[in-house]
Ligand binder design. Structure first.
Ligand SMILES: [Zn+2]
Length: 315
């Protein structure tokens, strides 16, 4: 207690009371003032934190070790969406099985599609693997708008950050300059890191891998790695023995040393293929929070590039 402000002992009780009241007001004011951001994936939450700094609180519905295609629409998630000022999702139908249920159940008109509190980040990037012609079930669990796993190209990070900064600036104009400065700093750092990651992987000429699912497409394209086939014959469809046999042949011919898969998929088929061909199964995180050491957007790629470089350098 400051004796100069409150010199008389009989005032101390009163002062403590006022202080308590002020703290309550500040705490409430502080919490109120922060923009509450709810995201569908930890990648988006990580980028939102880079952009929003202390002016926001960001929380993801899915964890990084979960397959965001398939989660249960739990009431606790609806509560999060109910309290959100801004709901950011990855789009391209990644969350189609559960997000519409959450938004309906949340009873928060602000975050309904088309409202300022709803942001589909896929509008900020250029999707790949957009199917041409008619999309049907015979193509597997294919996404009509293109491959939704775009945060795995680190060059998409700044585009995502830009869209988030713009929307935060609209919802919270007072801090617009800060959001923009943070976004710029994030973009600069990513550009620097991409050069570093690219030069590390450039040590391996013409790397080839086999993947499990189309999770890796953006990542492989960024770093010039060729995938000569996937364990799933079609997205979301488990392999037949004939498919695996055929893939094993191709792998031996092309001397493929790596089978790359998200760590949340079952490893049974990849391990069988590995035993048949001598290739190594690399089960890696595909999102921030997907493994220890992948705590933010930068360390996720540090980890991926490091593990891949180590596997490629094996004789
Ligand atoms: Zn997918």
């Amino acid at each position: 207690m400051n004796r100069h402000l409150f010199p008389h002992s009989n005032n101390i009780g009163f002062a403590a009371c006022i202080l308590g009241l002020l703290l309550t007001l500040f705490a409430a004011g502080g919490a109120e003032a922060r923009v509450r951001v709810v995201t569908t994936t930890e990648d988006i939450a990580a980028i939102a934190r880079e952009v929003g700094g202390n002016f926001i609180e960001a929380e993801s519905i899915t964890r990084g070790m979960q397959d965001a295609h398939f989660i249960e629409a739990k009431p606790s998630y609806m509560l999060k969406v109910n309290r959100a000022d801004l709901l950011i999702h990855q789009g391209l139908d990644l969350e189609i099985g559960w997000l519409p249920l959450l938004v309906t159940g949340a009873r928060n008109p602000q975050v309904r599609e088309g409202q300022p509190g709803s942001l589909d980040l896929s509008s900020a990037i250029v999707p790949i693997e957009v199917p041409t012609g008619e999309v049907g079930r015979h193509m597997g669990d294919v996404h009509p708008g293109g491959n939704p796993h775009y945060p795995l190209d680190p060059a998409n990070g700044p585009l995502m950050a830009e869209a988030i900064a713009k929307r935060l600036g609209e919802l919270d104009p007072e801090n617009r300059a800060a959001y923009d400065a943070n976004r710029q700093r994030f973009a600069n750092r990513i550009a620097q890191k991409i050069a570093e990651w690219e030069s590390r992987l450039a040590a391996f000429p013409d790397p080839v891998v086999v993947t499990y699912h189309t999770t890796w497409s953006y990542f492989l394209r960024r770093f010039g790695i060729e995938s000569i086939g996937s364990v799933e014959p079609l997205p979301g469809v488990p392999p037949s023995p004939a498919h695996l046999g055929h893939l094993a042949e191709t792998m031996k011919r092309r001397k493929v040393k790596i089978i790359l898969q998200a760590n949340y998929f079952e490893k049974r088929h990849s391990e069988l293929l590995g035993r048949q061909t001598g290739a190594q199964v690399l089960a890696l995180p595909v999102s921030v929070g997907g493994a220890p050491g992948a705590e933010d957007y930068f360390s996720l790629f540090d980890l991926l590039v490091d593990r891949l470089a180590k596997a490629l350098s094996q004789p």
